[in-house]
Design a protein around this ligand. Structure first.
Ligand code: HEM
Length: 143
């Protein structure tokens, strides 16, 4: 008789706790992402001149405000952790060899960490006025 293993069966009690937090994180982050992504699309693509308005000056203007910096960093962190944890679930469901499963999951979290660090640095250290030509032409640099 063929026995089919329970999907995502926890490897230990401690592991089961982690799976519970992961399961909850997917639901809560999904709900917050729905609001953040919808707001992002409305503000960037549906309001004003739509896609035509998106250029360097538009991004510079948005990131001059701490509100949009926090908004975009939050979206970045939530989506990257959500996507990586979702991929981890898929890897756990489909890989058969433990070494392959571990290698894929480590790679996923390392890439996620690097993207979070790089993306956050871009959002919080971005300074459009650093360039002389930009300083003269951008409204946000004249204040
Ligand atoms: C619009 C907001 C989003 C909502 C409401 C949402 C909701 C969810 C929920 C509830 C799950 C769990 C499904 C399950 O356990 O069966 C899930 C899984 C997943 N999500 Fe999202 N998500 C959103 C955005 C994203 C984004 C931006 C990414 C990519 C960066 C992503 C990638 C994934 C992946 C890879 C899975 C795993 C699929 C699986 O278990 O088969 N999601 N999502």
């Amino acid at each position: 008789m063929v026995t089919i293993e329970t999907p995502r069966s926890p490897r230990s009690r401690k592991h089961a706790q982690w799976e519970k937090w992961g399961w909850l994180y997917m639901r809560y982050s999904g709900a917050v992402l729905l609001i953040l992504i919808f707001g992002h699309i409305v503000i960037n693509l549906l309001s004003g001149e739509g896609i035509k308005q998106i250029d360097f000056a538009f991004v510079a203007g948005k990131w001059a405000s701490p509100f949009w910096q926090v908004y975009d960093v939050l979206m970045l962190w939530l989506a990257l952790i959500h996507g990586t944890n979702g991929m981890r679930t898929i890897v756990n469901d489909y890989t058969e060899r433990e070494t392959v499963r571990k290698a894929l999951n480590y790679t996923l979290w390392i890439v996620c960490g690097l993207l979070i660090v790089l993306g956050t640095l871009v959002c919080v250290t971005f300074d459009p006025c650093i360039d002389q030509a930009m300083r003269a032409s951008l409204e946000v640099c004249k204040g």
